[in-house]
Design a protein around this ligand. Structure first.
Ligand code: HEM
Length: 227
């Protein structure tokens, strides 16, 4: 690529900076590792319910919550990061559409997965996993609402930084509580079936996946506050 006009790629990413600056290199590395951790965590949870002789509601619960939170909502956060490989060359407008479609689909699947389990468990909310799962579900609902407010406010006002920051913060809170809930799932039933080493490994993988996903969200928040 030559010439000043060609150095700006779709999605406002400067290709020269991405290749050369140490910060960009670090962000690329963080994103690549995060993709690996997300895949490993999703596989670990789904493999567990596939071989564990649990009820169909437990299987559906894990399929829906993992697809919603770990696959769709985490990737929806990463999709807006300029250093994420699979969206790097997309236009900003296309990234936004991908982001809200994945967020809405992921939130619906995650909330459905939680409700399916809540209906099947009696009495409710007696375990740390159950209580944190309920908090994650409530935060997911508010994150969804703040996303819709953000989408609507884009049509009316020029300065939409505050609604964007509130939405990023709500989304980060929802995804953080969901990962804590997942770790509690690995800590209890999963540990009893797969043993300490596998449970600890899955918890560490989930912690790294969350840190990588939040790094992406927080760099966007900081860019908005200080730009
Ligand atoms: C992000 C992922 C997850 C979320 C948000 C989530 C959320 C929830 C919620 C809201 C409940 C209902 C609690 C109640 O009514 O008392 C629940 C129950 C349950 N979940 Fe999950 N869950 C997730 C992943 C998992 C995984 C991976 C497993 C298995 C390893 C699992 C196993 C269970 C079990 C056994 C119950 C019933 C007993 C209990 O409440 O602890 N969950 N979960």
């Amino acid at each position: 690529m030559t010439g000043a006009s060609e150095s700006r790629l779709p999605g406002n990413v400067d290709q020269n900076n991405i290749e050369q600056s140490p910060f960009a290199l670090l962000m690329n590395l963080t994103n690549t590792l995060t993709q690996f951790f997300l895949g490993a965590v999703a596989f670990s949870a789904i493999y567990f319910v596939n071989i564990f002789a649990g009820s169909s509601s437990l299987k559906l619960h894990v399929y829906l919550c993992v697809t919603g939170y770990i696959i769709l909502m985490s990737q929806a956060i990463l999709s807006l990061n300029p250093y994420t490989s699979w969206t790097k060359n997309l236009k900003r407008e296309d990234k936004k559409i991908i982001h809200w479609v994945m967020q809405i689909t992921g939130s619906i699947l995650a909330i459905a997965g939680s409700i399916i389990r809540i209906i099947d468990v009696q009495p409710n909310f007696r375990t740390a996993h159950g209580i944190v799962g309920l908090v994650a579900m409530i935060c997911t609902f508010f994150s969804l609402v703040s996303g819709l407010v953000n989408l609507i406010s884009m049509q009316f006002r020029n300065n939409i930084n505050l609604t964007k920051i509130v939405h990023s913060a709500m989304g980060s809170l929802a995804i953080s509580t969901a990962y804590i809930c997942l770790c509690l799932g690995f800590h209890n039933l999963y540990r009893n079936v797969f043993g300490d080493k596998n449970a600890n490994l899955s918890i560490v993988l989930a912690a790294f996946a969350l840190i990588g996903t939040l790094t992406s969200a927080s760099t966007n928040i900081f860019r908005r506050i200080f730009s």
